[in-house]
Design a binder for this molecule. Structure first.
Ligand code: 3PY
Ligand code: MG
Length: 263
């Protein structure tokens, strides 16, 4: 089975720079996949992407070195299994708030006896190889998003779940949960402290600590703090800020402040 390069890089202590796709386009996916990201996440939660659009995006990513991941719309076993069958080599699952959430999520990503994943790897066989089973349980990454108060409250128990490879922080939802304005880079102490706490607990459990970021600079700072997986905004934000900068340069004006960084 094709090895998951993310596992190799993480084992070698290399940070994962993850791209993020919200536009339902195989061409965008292909372009992004060729830019040097270690992985690319197709976002079916807040991206404008359904399963029918995701399939050609995964096919396009196959022609690039980026490891294909999916963020699912929710903790729904049927959706998770379908995206794995499409060839996703890892799942990022939103709103993991309890031990049961985490156990159900991990179980959806693993074949029996470890989990409840139904057998029918369809396109995953084409991407992963004819020997996809039984290697899939090892190669597929399961990352649970910590972005609720309950997720914070149950953090250690969630991190204890066998088969959960790591956590991925949604800073916008986390800020909202803590009574603050949703932002990828909050300057509220309560959010800053919560993010540091989640990162430290993930490290203490020997699990991957990932986070969504507002820019490449912000992502670099997160790596320096000890995060192993960072997403420097989504492709909509990258496209928007590049367009604004080009227009400002053409007008001889100061670059406009970016309208947003994605989520
Ligand atoms: C959040 O910031 O809440 C996210 O889910 C980012 O992907
Ligand atoms: Mg979120």
């Amino acid at each position: 089975m094709r090895e998951n390069q993310l596992r190799k890089k993480l084992a070698a202590g290399q940070p994962i720079i993850n791209g993020w796709l919200a536009i339902p386009s195989s061409y965008s996916a292909e372009v992004m996949g060729h830019q040097g990201f270690d992985s690319i996440t197709v976002d079916l939660q807040h991206g404008m992407i359904g399963i029918d659009a995701a399939l050609p995006m995964f096919q396009a990513l196959s022609s690039t070195p980026a490891v294909p991941l999916a963020r699912v719309p929710g903790n729904d076993p049927a959706q998770i299994m379908r995206l794995l069958d499409t060839g996703a080599y890892g799942i990022i699952c939103p709103m993991i708030s309890t031990v049961d959430d985490a156990a159900c999520f991990v179980s959806s990503c693993r074949y029996p006896p470890r989990g409840q994943r139904s057998f029918g790897p369809a396109r995953a066989l084409l991407y992963g190889g004819a020997d996809y089973y039984p290697g899939a349980d090892h190669e597929i990454l399961a990352l649970g998003m910590i972005e609720t108060q309950a997720g914070l409250d149950h953090l250690d128990a969630i991190l204890d779940i066998e088969g959960l490879d790591g956590i991925y922080i949604g800073p916008n939802d986390l800020a909202l949960a803590l009574g603050c304005v949703p932002r990828s880079e909050s300057d509220e102490k309560v959010v800053i402290d919560a993010i540091a706490h989640i990162r430290e607990r993930a490290k203490a459990h020997g699990k991957i600590a990932g986070i969504f970021c507002s820019s490449g600079e912000a992502a670099g700072r997160r790596i320096a703090e000890g995060f192993q997986m960072v997403t420097p905004g989504n492709e909509v934000a990258l496209m928007s800020s590049a367009a604004k900068a080009a227009i400002a340069a053409a007008r001889g004006a100061a670059p406009a402040v970016s309208a947003g960084n994605g989520y």
